[in-house]
Ligand binder design. Structure first.
Ligand SMILES: Cc1cc2nc3c(=O)[nH]c(=O)nc-3n(C[C@H](O)[C@H](O)[C@H](O)COP(=O)(O)OP(=O)(O)OC[C@H]3O[C@@H](n4cnc5c(N)ncnc54)[C@H](O)[C@@H]3O)c2cc1C
Ligand code: HEM
Length: 402
């Protein structure tokens, strides 16, 4: 249980928030230099998210800033706390890792703010850090406990064998993963992701998240990976990981998942490889006798990169409530309208407003940054309530706001 912050501490944090706003990125950049001197800590981080203007640098800077700005109303941080805690559990971050971050953060504040970082300021920020850290540690403990107690659950790394490797399109390949120990796997919520630890020859240890692209079945998971230009792990998976190989996998986590407690229509809207959590949701819904009304809308470049189209067609075939609309930006000569795709160009808010129950539905979105930024704003402007818009971004959330 986090100890309440005193008024004096809050006053100092409030007073230093503008200085943090001005130097936030410098402070976290300096903090990472200090933090990464520790090998155990450095290995947790995705090095592609680092560096000047790096995504993680911004993510932590923004989290700290949001915190300082909301020191009098910490309730607003609720959803951020959940997203961070879920991410941390996937990475198996433990209470003993927090002091490393605290030490590095306070030293960085001192380094960048210089004389302005008096003992009083450092003490107040230390207390404020631990207040937030204790909230995260508390929530993370709950999630770890649930994962240990659940049928097929586990924490940390478990060895999974690649049961099937399947090419879904020119750029997307699926991997079906089964535990080497032959035991069951915890049921995930459709939309959640797995965390992986890879040891790449000559390139060291790396962790990545991949959304589960199948409905839960208690026996195995499927992920579907896009080959990113110059991407270390996605290319490694495509080129070097074969059926029978073993991967280290942490349990399903994530705060983006299909809501079960509603009768509302559902809109699943994805761009490119953002289809993976949507396929998990669609499979789950299609498995129900009463599926309700669902619109699966997917936009991609053309038929060569369009993944799992046959699978989606089979899932929705003969199901009146399950409607699909496929958009190709630039169809190829052998992409046939009505067979491979339904519409040429991009999905638009106008199209959604005319063809879906936009303002009554729960809307789930996943796709590249411009896609998400346009739709999250567009849907809000079209009158969709904020609590009906659910989205996943394949990077730190703050990168989307950047
Ligand atoms: C919650 C979540 C779910 C995800 N689900 C999926 C999924 O279902 N399917 C999927 O395919 N992906 C998914 N991802 C993305 C995935 O985790 C990886 O980020 C992705 O596969 C790229 O990893 P990589 O190692 O191949 O690329 P990286 O080596 O991390 O590089 C990523 C990109 O950045 C560029 N880059 C790398 N280093 C630098 C640098 N120093 N400067 C500039 N550019 C650089 C690379 O060229 C590349 O295009 C998900 C991510 C998250 C957070
Ligand atoms: C109060 C303390 C902390 C705060 C406020 C914090 C905040 C954050 C935020 C905002 C993200 C991005 C989440 C997202 O949107 O994906 C994140 C991710 C992460 N955090 Fe923390 N964190 C804290 C403590 C720690 C600790 C103790 C560690 C381990 C040493 C850690 C390691 C990570 C890692 C590895 C990621 C994923 C980054 C990546 O993909 O490169 N964090 N954290």
């Amino acid at each position: 249980m986090a100890r309440e912050l005193t008024e004096a501490t809050k006053a100092v944090v409030r007073a230093t928030a503008p200085a943090l706003a001005a130097h936030g990125t410098d402070i976290t950049a300096a903090m990472y230099v200090l933090l990464f001197r520790n090998d155990e800590v450095r290995n947790f981080f995705n090095q592609s998210n680092q560096g000047e203007g790096g995504r993680q640098t911004k993510a932590l800077a923004n989290a700290i800033l949001a915190y300082a700005q909301n020191i009098d109303n910490l309730g607003v941080l609720g959803s951020a706390v959940e997203r961070i805690a879920q991410k941390h559990v996937g990475l198996h971050i433990q209470p003993q890792h927090y002091p490393h971050v605290a030490k590095a953060l306070l030293a960085a504040i001192k380094q960048i703010l210089g004389d302005a970082a008096t003992d009083e300021v450092i003490t107040a920020w230390g207390e404020a850090f631990w207040f937030l850290a204790d909230i995260l540690i508390g929530r993370e403990k709950q999630v770890y406990d649930e994962l240990i107690a659940a049928e097929g659950g586990w924490v940390g790394w478990r060895r999974f064998r690649v049961e099937t490797k399947r090419r879904e399109s020119d750029i997307i390949t699926s991997f079906v993963l089964k535990p080497e120990d032959g035991g069951p796997v915890v049921e995930h919520r459709p939309g959640q992701y797995l965390t992986f630890r890879f040891v790449v020859p000559d390139a060291g240890e790396h962790r990545r998240n991949y959304s589960i692209s199948s409905a839960s079945n208690g026996r195995h998971y499927r992920i579907s990976v896009k080959r990113e230009p110059s991407g270390l792990i996605s290319n490694y998976l495509h080129d070097n990981v074969s059926e029978g190989d073993i991967l280290d996998v942490a349990p399903p986590t994530g705060d983006f998942f299909l809501k079960e407690d509603t009768q509302r229509p559902v809109i699943l809207l994805s761009g490119g490889v953002g289809l993976t959590p949507m396929i998990s949701m669609l499979e789950t819904i299609a498995g129900r006798t009463n599926a309700g009304t669902v619109h699966y809308i997917h936009g991609t470049q053309d038929g060569k990169v369009h993944a799992m189209s046959e699978h989606v067609r089979k899932l929705t075939f003969g199901r009146d409530g399950l409607k699909t609309a496929i958009f190709y930006q630039t169809p190829h000569a052998d992409d046939h309208k009505g067979t491979h795709y339904d519409h040429e160009g991009f999905v638009t808010i106008e199209w959604l407003a005319e063809n879906t129950p936009l303002t009554e539905a729960d809307i789930y979105l996943c796709g590249p940054k411009p896609f998400l930024a346009a739709f999250v704003n567009g849907l809000t402007n079209a009158g969709v309530k904020a609590d009906r818009i659910h989205y996943e971004f394949f990077g730190p959330a703050e990168d989307l706001a950047a």
